[in-house]
Write a new protein. Sequence first.
Length: 243
Amino acid sequence: MIIYKAKNYQDMSRKAANILSAQIIMKPDCVLGLATGSSPVGAYQQLIEWYKKGDLDFCRVTSVNLDEYKGLGPDSDQSYRYFMNSNLFDHVNIDISHTFIPNGLELDTKKACCEYNEVIAQVGGIDIQLLGLGNNGHIGFNEPGVAFERETHCVDLTESTIEANKRFFASEADVPRQAYTMGIKNIMQAKKILLIVSGKSKAQALKEALYGPITPLLPASVLQLHSDLTVVADEEALSLIDK
Ligand code: GLP
């Protein structure tokens, strides 16, 4: 495990973007595992800037996202498809038909999940998976208690996740109660993992994830078992680790 300490969110974003761009430069037809939430927005902005300067080329890149709310489609501005289009895909030369996100509009859970596992297999696996960290230690939408061996599945979101994510919705009642997410198994099969964490509210979860017992009760703790894990976290997120 490599831990890069960043001064703040902006510095974390730049360091993370550097690692993602190195992947794209070293392997132009790479498969990026991408994430949503506020953590990766700054890194995406940096990638867009470098693309506009001519330093990055996404034309052969494929992407697979971690998760999507069940019931939300691309037209809903709270959907993760909408998020990815507006925060990254619309601004770079990625082929949109090579960007994959679980199909939130497919209400047949088994079908949606099988299709997504199939997508991940067909693109040949993930070269680097970008992850944020939930306040309760979740990754993707793998909430505490989800078995490590699961692949893409439908989850009931916990109250703490609904609470944390309601800021993106008009009201808490509008937050979908379920989501499709890659499972821990899909995530752990990525060749490299890049975990980005910012802010005091994540400090406890980050400490437990990296140095606590490996347990499904804190899903991110499984990352300790990955052979190529890079963590980029800011001083506040690392405040309980760096004494
Ligand atoms: C959501 C996403 C996760 C993300 C987490 C943290 O629940 N499904 O992938 O890591 O939120 O979000 P944020 O980066 O906004 O703190």
